[in-house]
Design a protein. Structure first.
Length: 112
């Protein structure tokens, strides 16, 4: 029972049934103003739901970007360190010698 002064003590606090909803719906949709009210209520509810979903998507994107940036920092640092110590491959002036140094898989990829 409600503590509100206008609450009717003779109405039980049971969940409404489908018949109750259908009765109220029929009464509200019986007038043009009632139909307008239901349409406006649905529109506002949809807008609120859409706003909540979009806000959640923005929060997820931000979290993913932050996690991705954190995980890429060590890779970037390692790549620079590797580039600093890696020796470049020797330049071959003889094209036939360069082809001879390729593996069979590399030759197939090169010439099909």
């Amino acid at each position: 029972m409600s503590s509100e002064p206008l609450a009717r003590p003779d109405i039980a606090a049971e969940a409404p049934t489908d018949v109750d909803y259908e009765t109220v719906y029929a009464a509200v949709t019986a007038t043009e103003r009632g139909r307008w009210f239901l349409a406006e209520y649905a529109r506002r509810n949809r807008d609120a739901d859409t706003d909540r979903v979009l806000a959640a998507i923005v929060r997820m994107e931000s979290a993913i970007r932050g996690a991705l940036a954190q995980s890429l920092r060590p890779l970037s640092r390692n790549s620079r360190e590797i580039a600093e110590v890696a020796d470049p491959p020797p330049v071959r002036s003889d094209p036939l010698a360069a082809l001879g140094a390729l593996s069979e898989r590399e030759l197939i990829a090169l010439f099909g």
